[in-house]
Design a protein around this ligand. Structure first.
Ligand code: MTE
Length: 389
């Protein structure tokens, strides 16, 4: 007979493979019994079995997110034993000369640094209406860090991609429970050859920690976090897109809008690549009572491969909009911090909203495109505050 614990494990797994863990199997922000996680501080525990940690918005106040506050998204167990001396990164498939590189070999290759906002495709899923199953991320499955390592393109050039090579597949060393599909995904060879796509070995100036993919991870800037495979063990050049579970049915959007609450035919979907344009209000927090005095409304905005051009704020439920001040720190693929000083005119309840626009002409919409997995949620952010005497 299957025990309740095993049943929950299996159910948790079944849902996790589709990029989701049912909310009843995970912890929310209000769980006081959340166990401490090495190297992490003050995070919201969304799932413990496969570690999923969300950054509370109060930490969204530095351009570079410190590693202890950087979100974690794992579909399965992190590798429990990973000997850096034994570790090898293989490059194989449609290449002239397959490679097997040690960490020392990787460190000898010229390295490059990219500041990238990494966001989980499911960030904001908890705001989707109607509700969709999966980890109920709110605002904080996102962070901005400086990644460093050799260019993926340099490795591929060393191996010599054959003309038949069209996609580059990444395989991670996650510990896969039972008969479940491993975390394998692919990206088109053009994106892999982009001079900013990396095999990152460091984050914010220090070697990657285990939670973030030690000893090496892919870094596919501007794209959903799932593209950036952690604990990388194999890079394989393929003649066609990889079609395993985490490419199909996972991480796809319907080709055409579907009725909210409806289901998508997997053959009428496409893989998600770049991130949407999005801003998030980090403060004041939703539900706060404020004094009748000037207050700084602030947050961050990002747009994947595009640049954020403006962030606008409304303090009258979307009737009028005023530009926020963008932070001076910026880099391609990195979020912009923004702020706006507001003096409430009277003691009342207010709905504060933020919306970002980008260099591709995109603007954060009033309603996000609904899809059955709740991916790429980017509706105009809003918080309610009460201003009192
Ligand atoms: N790589 C492996 N091997 N296994 C995973 O579960 N999760 C992906 C990606 N890379 C994942 C992975 C997803 S969905 C996201 S959003 C990012 O890692 C999160 O990166 P982080 O945990 O370093 O923040």
């Amino acid at each position: 007979m299957i025990s309740r614990r095993d049943f929950l494990k299996d159910a948790s797994w079944a849902l996790a493979t589709a990029g989701m863990v049912h909310p009843s199997l995970s912890w929310g922000a209000d769980q006081s019994a959340a166990p401490a996680v090495t190297g992490k501080q003050g995070m919201i525990l969304r799932s413990f079995r496969f570690l999923d940690l969300e950054m509370p918005t109060e930490f969204m106040n530095t351009w570079i997110t410190p590693v202890p506050h950087f979100f974690v998204r794992n579909h399965m167990f992190e590798p429990s034993t990973l000997d850096a001396a034994e570790w090898r990164l293989r490059v194989s498939g449609e290449v002239e000369k397959p490679l097997s590189l040690s960490l020392t070999d990787l460190r000898k290759i010229e390295s490059h640094s990219v500041i990238n906002t990494l966001e989980c495709a499911g960030n904001g899923r908890g705001f989707q209406s109607p509700h969709v199953p999966g980890i109920q991320w709110q605002r904080g499955a996102v962070g901005n860090a400086r990644f460093r390592g050799p260019r993926l393109g340099d490795l591929l050039r060393r191996a010599g991609v054959k003309p038949a090579g069209k996609y580059v597949m990444f395989h991670g060393l996650d510990e896969v429970p039972g008969k479940v599909p491993p975390f394998i995904r692919s990206i088109p060879v053009e994106k892999a050859m982009d001079s900013d796509s990396l095999i990152a070995t460091s984050m914010n100036g220090a070697p990657l920690t285990r939670h973030h993919g030690f000893p090496a991870r892919a870094l596919v800037p501007g794209w959903i976090g799932a593209a950036s495979c952690k604990w990388l063990s194999e890079i394989k050049v393929l003649d066609q897109e990889f079609e395993g579970n985490f490419m199909k049915p996972g991480y796809r959007m319907p080709d055409k809008p579907i009725e909210p609450g409806g289901s998508a035919n997997p053959d009428a979907t496409h893989p998600i690549t770049g991130l949407s344009v999005k801003s998030v209000i980090a403060g004041p927090k939703d539900g706060t009572t404020l004094k009748h005095a000037a207050v700084e409304i602030h947050g961050a905005a990002w747009a994947g491969e595009a640049d954020v051009t403006k962030v606008e704020i409304s303090t009258d439920s979307g009737v009028t909009w005023t530009r926020a001040q963008l932070g001076t720190e910026h880099a391609h693929y990195a979020w912009r911090l923004w702020s706006y000083w507001w003096k409430p005119s009277e003691r009342a309840d207010y709905l504060i909203m933020s919306r970002a626009s980008d260099s591709q002409g995109r603007m954060q919409p009033t309603t996000a495109v609904w899809n059955p997995s709740g991916y790429l949620y980017n509706a105009i952010d809003q918080v309610k505050v009460h201003v009192q005497a």
